[in-house]
Design a protein around this ligand. Structure first.
Ligand code: CA
Length: 134
């Protein structure tokens, strides 16, 4: 699984180009430009898993720093200020990392989605939890 199997290479390039200057990274704009905002819950979770390089179930600060390089190898690293504001936007329990499960998945969703899509995603997520529990 690679990011370009979920997102178009052209959209990724546009998104990364848009935040080439240090401290110009805006995650909302980035997710819109690269097309992630319109992806299904499953695809969003696939992207999360790609970004979670060590499969810890969380995206840590060290992984976020290289966020843009996961999309395009030659891209810049995020600055400390960008990394911190990105994490604080998604980190509900303030443990300094973004998780993919439970409450954390919902907060990740808050970043990725518009409110209408978020509701559908939430109900889909709850269903998937029930299915996997039975
Ligand atoms: Ca990780």
């Amino acid at each position: 699984m690679s990011l370009t199997s979920i997102l178009s290479a052209e959209a990724i390039e546009n998104a990364v180009k848009d935040c080439q200057a240090p401290d110009s990274f805006c995650y909302k704009k980035f997710f819109q430009l690269c097309g992630l905002s319109s992806k299904t819950p499953k695809e969003v979770k696939d992207v999360f898993q790609i970004l979670d390089e060590d499969n810890s179930g969380f995206i840590e600060e060290s992984e976020l720093k290289y966020f843009l390089q996961r999309f395009i190898p030659g891209a810049r690293t995020l600055t400390e200020a960008e990394t911190k504001s990105f994490i604080s936007a998604a980190d509900d329990d303030s443990d300094g990392r973004i998780g993919a499960e439970g409450q954390c998945l919902i907060s990740l969703d808050r970043i990725f989605k518009t409110p209408d899509v978020r509701r559908n995603y939430l109900s889909g997520w709850i269903k998937s939890q029930w299915l996997s529990a039975s």
